[in-house]
Design a protein around this ligand. Structure first.
Ligand SMILES: [Fe+2]
Ligand SMILES: [Fe+2]
Length: 190
């Protein structure tokens, strides 16, 4: 069976007929990831598999996270709770689908990336922000930049938009998110 089919079947049965909107979202991410993979020379089955699986643990019970996460990771997730689902999804992917490190990283870092991302990591991160079911103005704007062929600018703009949302809530962005933002700011200046 193709990896992407396996990943899709797993998340579908894990969601168990609940979370229809989220299932539609991961289908959208897989579709965008496939398109970008074909464009940037990545195996489309691999990109689709990560797209389907990236939010696998979105509704899991995080009190059970210590089975998978290190003490450092738990401390980080307590500070930034939205990271729980990304980290747990990556560990479940490794357990259930594939132990490939690039795929693991793409799911693990899908929320805001990390410095020096691989192409697959970039694809999953930006596909999450721009998939066709996303209707926010920022997502529509960034989708256009991406589909026009400027992945670096799309990533820069997506990070800028999410950092502004975090700051508007009176919260501080994750330091790694700011690092990634600076990296892409440098890249688009060139
Ligand atoms: Fe997510
Ligand atoms: Fe997502």
């Amino acid at each position: 069976m193709q990896l992407s089919n396996k990943a899709y079947e797993l998340i579908k049965s894990h969601f168990n007929n609940k979370h229809d909107k989220r299932l539609k979202h991961v289908e959208g991410v897989a579709k965008m990831a496939e398109l970008l993979a074909l464009r940037y020379g990545i195996d489309p089955d691999i990109a689709k598999a990560c797209g389907y699986f990236h939010d696998y643990s979105k509704y899991d019970d995080y009190t059970l996270a210590s089975k998978y996460l290190s003490q450092d990771e738990i401390a980080e997730c307590e500070k930034y709770p939205f990271l729980y689902h990304a980290y747990l999804s990556a560990y479940h992917f490794r357990e259930l689908v594939s132990d490939d490190i690039d795929m693991f990283n793409a799911i693990y870092n899908h929320v805001f990336g990390r410095p020096n991302m691989s192409k697959l990591e970039e694809i999953i991160m930006i596909a999450d922000f721009t998939e066709e079911n996303r209707e926010y103005d920022d997502c529509i704007r960034v989708r256009k930049i991406l589909l026009d062929g400027d992945m670096d600018k799309a990533i820069y703009e997506s990070l800028k938009a999410t950092i502004l949302v975090v700051e508007a809530k009176g919260e501080t962005p994750h330091p790694r998110q700011l690092e990634v933002f600076k990296e892409y700011e440098e890249r688009i200046k060139k």
